[in-house]
Design a protein around this ligand. Structure first.
Ligand SMILES: [Ca+2]
Length: 188
């Protein structure tokens, strides 16, 4: 961490922008869905396609920004990717990346337990590459307090100076996969 800070100071010294410095360390912002804050008394706000949640854009179907309604993997908010027959919600954030650089992509996954037991699936896209389709099984033991968050880690290589990170619900129901704690970090 100290080395990274020193490197940033050097970069600033040669008049590179502070944004460029941050991009080198982590091109992703608010992977924890902590802004804006949820307003609805029930504890989650619904966002429609075309709307933004901080740096994230919502596409195709609705998503729920979840606050106190259930326990996040970290912080106090997480995201439920709704689906519906023929409608699979997705969110994206376009990252400034370095071509050919290797990145570590991490996230926490759970599933919306409000429809009882079942398998939730998520598609993770890095640019035009389908990185994985992880599954999360909601069991009768799962509660809003014990969401059973699962940590996922991948290595992905950037193919362009900008890369769209996309997370898509792969279930045809509103009780979708749930995500939090997303991070992207250069590792070479
Ligand atoms: Ca969070």
């Amino acid at each position: 961490m100290l080395m990274q800070a020193a490197k940033c100071l050097v970069l600033l010294g040669v008049a590179l922008t502070f944004a460029g410095c941050n991009d080198d360390e982590s091109p992703l912002t608010d992977g924890g869905f902590e802004t804006p804050r949820v307003k609805a008394p029930l504890g989650y706000d619904v966002y429609a396609p075309g709307q933004h949640i901080g740096p994230w854009e919502v596409h195709v179907g609705k998503v729920d920004l979840v606050g106190k309604y259930w326990k996040a993997a970290a912080g106090t908010q997480s995201l439920n990717l709704q689906g519906a027959p023929g409608v699979r919600s997705w969110i994206s954030q376009t990252l400034v990346t370095q071509t050919e650089k290797l990145y570590q992509l991490r996230l926490a996954m759970s599933g919306n337990p409000d429809n009882g037991s079942g398998m939730k699936k998520l598609e993770i896209w890095w640019g035009d590459q389908l990185v994985d389709t992880p599954e999360f099984e909601v069991t009768p033991a799962q509660t809003h307090e014990q969401m059973g968050w699962k940590a996922l880690t991948y290595k992905v290589r950037a193919k362009a100076p900008r890369t769209q990170l996309k997370l898509l619900s792969a279930v045809d129901e509103p009780w979708g996969p749930v995500v939090d704690l997303i991070s992207v970090k250069a590792i070479d």
